[in-house]
Ligand binder design. Sequence first.
Ligand code: 5A1
Length: 493
Amino acid sequence: MAGIREIDKALFPIKNISSVIQLFKNQLEDACEPDLALLSIVAGAVENSLTCRSNAGLQVCEPVEPTSLPVLEFHTIETLYSKFHTIMKSAVEPNKGFKSYATRELVKKVSDVVWNSLTRSYYKDRAHLQSLYSYLTGSKLDCFGVAFAVVAGCQTLGYTDVHLALSEDHAWVVFGERGTETAEVTWHGKGNEDKRGQEIGKGVSARSWLYVNNRPVICTRHMEVAALVSAINPSLNATHDAFEVALLQQELLWLLYDLGHLKKYPMAIGNLGDLEEIAPKEGRTPCNVLFEEAISSARTYYNNQHVYPYTYQGGYFYRNKMYKEAFESWANASDVIRLYNYSRDDEEIYKEFLEIANELIPHIMKVESSGFSANTILKKPECFANLLRFYDGICQWEEGSATPVLHIGWAKPLVNTISKFDAEVRAQVDIVCGKPEDDTNKRANGGYYNNNNNYEKENGTNETDILTSLGSKALKDDQSTSNFHPSIEALTA
Ligand SMILES: CC1(C)CN=C(N2CCN(c3ncnc4sc(C(F)(F)C(F)(F)F)cc34)CC2)S1
């Protein structure tokens, strides 16, 4: 890297949000390629100055302009920037003249430099450990931060073929002439041996949600900037955000959105949707449309193998009491997970489905059955149909998996929820076989069906009953007439 350019240096000392925006704008629009180290250090410094205990108190009590920031001196940034260069260059051979492609050994070496310079033991899940500012001032990084630091380190060394690859809960790198080589560079989860240096899951882990069926987000340099912006964490504490940091993140995401760098990044669009729901910007795309855009991005570029776009949207509908729509989003999320095998690395998405099934849906049932709303979802067959589709996807997720998903704790809320729908509502749900002639899910006679035509996992695992694991004996024989899992179809009897 050529070092910090005069045009960017001129923005310092940085005193407000618009100067930070301008720096990102300069880097994204006219730099040959955006300097990840510079942008991560600046974003981390701003976040740290407004959220970390030391001076947070100062900020809260002083009435300040909404966009003013604690002054950021150029010297501070330049010192950290050259420290990062020195760490990388003293340990790894730079790519003189940008001639060659990275090798697995090179990538592993950069990962080792980062890995071996981290504090021996610290709380890895803490907030504000994602940036190079955290790495260079506190020698602490979270698992995303390590992967990002490796990509930034390779950029510093002139290996511009090394890029960040992102699933919904893990990060790794791609490299080489065609960008098709892959390598683990960070850890995942708790108590798992790291697999740094190895190729990305070829074995059973390839079928787990963690590797999104080999449909990760492969970042360009500009999308790596979107990843560092998405990773900005405005949390002050468990209940409050530093509004200047949230405002900065929202403005930077809109800048990246306008430049087209979020098109293939569903989670970043979802993050922007969450921020817009809290503080809508005049004249901007409304949050509900952003959540739809995240879903169509995942459908267009990632073969609809990502779950989070549907849970972003479902969460929005739930918070806004749009329960019928929430059931549809969650059923769509379940249609994604059903084709995966559950593995021990999939805890995050397991917790997501557990919360929906055992907290959010029961809450909706309680509210809907206590109130006198004539328009209650309990009278709507399409709500019942989507609920069945939701539960059925989880049952199928478990089928053929080495690790069980469901346990008796799921059964009570499940049966409780289903029993809230009267027989004449349930009777309107037609469970039909295979792909329907037309692809709407409402039939002429007002009946509904699950319009999923593919319940076979790629490995051809057939259905086995699951309710036995839930302790219920209400099972049909295996001549079920639907492509619902027999145990779910039994519930409609
Ligand atoms: C619907 C939700 C429960 C709300 N927030 C969700 N997020 C928040 C933002 N988020 C993300 N947002 C942008 N980019 C990334 S890359 C990434 C990751 F691959 F897991 C990594 F890199 F290992 F941390 C995570 C993630 C993770 C998912 S999902």
